[in-house]
Structures are given as C-alpha cells and as structure tokens.
Design a protein around this ligand. Structure first.
Ligand code: PA5
Length: 472
C-alpha cells in the first residue's frame, strides 16, 4: 500500500552522518510494533499497564470502522446520519456557529481553510452552493469578539422564516465541561432561544451537540431534547478526534466529502502498518525528526507554502505540544517545540532567523503540487517601471516554485535541515492522509522516546486556578 502524499527527506539526510537514519530503523520498527500492539490491547479491552494510561488508541482504526459501518448499516450508520444532519442544516440555515476549543475546534477549522473557498463567508448563498457561512467561536475568552458575532447574527424573530436569516449552532466538547466552550454555549443558546423561541422545534433542530457519552453537555442535550447529537468515542483523545463527528460534522456541513477524507486516513494507516522504512511517511518523518532533535533541532517548523494550510499547521502545533511536551518519569523534559509558518509570507519575518539564527530547527516544507485553479499569469504592462515585464511569461505558481527552490537551496548551503511533505493536490483524500500521518507519527514518536502521547495532565493546573479564582 502506498500513499499519494510523499515525504522526501533527502535534503535533511545529506546533513546526517552516513547511515544515520538507517541506524534508527530497528528502534522505529520496535516502536511501530508497540503502536500496533497498543491497538490490539485497546480493542480487546485488555488490562492497560499504568504507564500507558490513558491509552486512547481508538483514533487509528476509527476511519475504517466508520466506513465499514456505513457499508453494513447504510442510512442508519453514524456517517450517513452525520451527512443527513449536514444536509438538513445546509438546506435550512445560512450560518453555523461552531463552538469548541483545542481538539474540539482546530481540525474542523483546518479542513475549512484547506478545502473551502478562501473567502467563503463573503460569498452569496448561491455562490456558496447553499453551504452555510461558518464562524468558529468558544475557542477563547474574548467578550468583544463574541459580542461582535452575536450582534451580527440575525435577531429579529420576524425574519426567522427566511433561510438566509436562519442560523444554527454546533457545540463540540468531549468532556462537556470546558469553561470557554460552556460559557459560549450559554451565550449562543440564549441568542438562539430568543430568536426562535425557547423550546421551539427550531431550537431543538438547530442546536447540534457533539460530546462524550457522559458530562454536562450530554445532560443538557437529554434535558432539552435536541433532535440530533453525536458522540465522541471514549478512546479517542481531543486532539486525535478529527475523524469523529468533531471534525466530520462541520466538514460535512461545509460540503466536504467526508467519506474520501476517511479513505485517505485508511490509506495512510495501511501504509504505516505495512510499508518499509524508506517508503513509509510515518516512519520516515519520525526518523528524521528524532535524528535532528538528537542533534539539537528541538524546534520543528512546519513551513506551509500557501495560506490554506496554516490552520492545519496550527492543528499540528496542538497535536505535538500536548502529546509529547511532557516530563518523563526520570525527570527529563521532552518534546520538540512546533512552529507553523506560512511562506512566502514568513520569509519576511522569520526567514532571517531560519537562515542565520540558532541551529535548533528542522524545517518541514508542506508543498501542494497542483493548485486547485488555473495559476494567475503575471500581467504585461506597457510602462514597465516596476521592471516586472521580464516575468510576464510566468505564473504566480512559477514564482512560488522558484521561491521554494531558492529558499531551500539557501538553507542547504547553510547546513540547515529541510524535508518536504508533498501533497499532489488539496482534496479530502490527501488531507485524510496528511492528518492521519501526523497523528500516527506523534504516537510513534511518543513510544520511541518513552512518553505516553495520550492525555494532557499539564493543562489541569491553569484550569484549577481559574475555577478557584472565579469561585471567590
Ligand atoms: O486534546 C485535547 O484533549 C484537548 O485539547 C481538548 O480537545 C480541549 O481541551 C477541549 O476539550 P473538550 O472537548 O472536552 O471541551
């Protein structure tokens, strides 16, 4: 099984001593065997050793399980129901406010930015093909921003009959108790109830919770009798939940082909299981990251060439930080620091440091081979005061390509390690591969360095202090 996404670390390899990466292969293969054994342990419900608690390995086979269930249950399957709710919302409302934070937000935003029209919310309903506008909230504590959104949403109940004036809320929280999301939900629920009438059919249809089997949001869902709600399975951690309803419902509302997304993820899992080092993006990426971290590259720059993958990079920032930024049992601080960059934009801000600053960075370029639309040509002008007519036989894509090559050559000349993650194009299938690859690589690296990649005990301290202060 091969993946159409390619990982090419040849430039980085040149900076390692002969056989540097090959020496890592046995350890990587052992870590892969451990990840695969973890799945087995998780799925058979065996006793999990203390050092592996929590063992949230459920994300790995979930895409296949959802597709299998679609085959066996058809319209009754969770996937078909998600699609049905998405169709209902597309047909009946023009705006969706998606509430959630961290793993309950970043995947959906990444899919939106990568796959929807870059100015989606600006388009007319027709130009959007009936897909609602989307707003991501509940991911911060910012009264001005929330007030601005609440003020912008239609509130005159007389208008609620027109589809262009109707709006809905998808509220996403696995625990159901996260303060930022819970307070936002109160605010937007109140606005919805004022608009459609508390207890109305519209309120029941247009509030769609995605939450765990137990918790405060689950209790509210039962009490209020919301028409549709979706679960987040127990053994899938927040930042690994993009292929649950957390990512799939917003994606389906946005008209993204969620079956293809899952098929992409399945392809990557299969490749991870069976492909040898050298043609296995998960193994190879982990090897290069680990080898360079051992040589002092503790900062990992995901350098996306184009704006549409910035949110995907931020999703990865969370994944890596929360999964591996931990202290080992013997008191060692672990985990590389992720940074997302967007080029060429950031060449004008971070470029100097990446070229000549500390030798503590590994740069992974994320390159999309073919743009989704015809590349713009550089126009020819009679008056050539800006001296650009010499490029008027070039396209913007040619300029990008030259910038990618020129930048990476400059890094290579300065012994700065780079590797390329190449997506043939941006679509649901390639993104399915991309997200699954990075989740698997994070888990694999955790096993390699002896850190449990699941759970995030370190984020409890600030929550406890905040709650205690609020209680005063
Ligand atoms: O990865 C994680 O588990 C976290 O980032 C959570 O996704 C985040 O804290 C939100 O939690 P919840 O979905 O319970 O509101």
């Amino acid at each position: 099984m091969t993946a159409s996404l390619k990982y090419d670390p040849s430039a980085a390899w040149k900076l390692l001593p002969e056989g540097g990466v090959a020496r890592l292969t046995p350890a990587l293969e052992a870590a892969r065997a451990e990840v695969l054994a973890d799945i087995e342990l998780f799925e058979t419900g065996g006793e999990v050793p203390a050092a592996k608690v929590p063992l949230d390995a459920g994300f790995i086979n979930l895409p296949q399980q959802l597709l299998d269930e679609l085959d066996s249950n058809g319209d009754g399957s969770q996937l078909a129901q998600i699609e049905a709710t998405a169709t209902m919302l597309r047909d009946e409302v023009d705006r969706v406010v998606s509430l959630g934070i961290g793993g309950s937000y970043m995947g959906a935003r990444a899919l939106f930015e990568a796959l929807c029209h870059p100015w989606h919310n600006e388009l007319s309903r027709d130009a959007r093909g009936g897909v609602p506008r989307i707003y991501f909230e509940g991911n911060n504590v910012d009264s001005d921003v929330q007030r601005a959104l609440l003020t912008m949403l239609p509130s005159d109940a007389a208008a609620a009959k027109n589809v262009t004036d109707r709006w809905a809320t998808v509220v996403i929280s696995k625990s159901g108790g996260t303060l930022e999301t819970a307070i936002s939900f109160r605010l937007f629920r109140q606005a919805l109830e004022n608009y459609y009438g508390a207890g109305s059919d519209e309120v029941k249809r247009y509030i769609v919770p995605v939450t765990g089997d137990v918790g405060k949001l689950r209790n509210i869902t039962s009490e209020q009798g919301y028409a549709a709600s979706y679960p987040i399975p127990d053994g899938v951690g927040g930042r690994f939940s993009i292929f649950t309803a957390v990512g799939l419902l917003p994606a389906a509302i946005l008209g993204i082909d969620i079956r293809e997304l899952l098929r992409g993820a399945v392809d990557m899992t299969e490749c991870f299981r069976s492909a040898a080092a050298g043609s296995n993006p998960v193994l190879d990426y982990t090897a290069v990251c680990h080898a360079f971290e051992n040589r002092g590259a503790t900062i990992r720059v995901l350098s996306t060439w184009g704006k549409r993958l910035e949110a995907a990079g931020l999703w990865y920032d969370q994944l890596l930080s929360e999964s591996l930024g931990k202290t080992s049992d013997d008191g060692e601080y672990k985990g590389a620091t992720p940074i997302t960059g967007v080029n060429t934009r950031d060449l004008h801000s971070r470029g100097q440091q990446h070229q000549e600053g500390r030798l503590d960075k590994l740069i992974t370029n994320v390159i999309v081979k073919s743009a989704n639309s015809e590349p713009l040509a550089v126009p020819h002008f009679e008056s050539d005061l800006d001296d650009l007519n010499r490029y008027s036989n070039k396209t913007v894509a040619d300029v990008l390509s030259a910038a990618i090559q020129g930048t990476n050559q400059a890094y290579a000349d300065a012994n700065r390690p780079t590797a390329d993650l190449v997506l043939p194009t941006l679509n649901a299938h390639t993104l399915g591969q991309f997200f699954q690859m990075l989740m698997l690589a994070t888990v694999l690296e955790g096993r390699l360095i002896g850190i449990n990649p699941y759970g995030q005990p370190g984020v409890e301290a600030y929550k406890k202090n905040t709650m205690a202060l609020l209680a005063k």
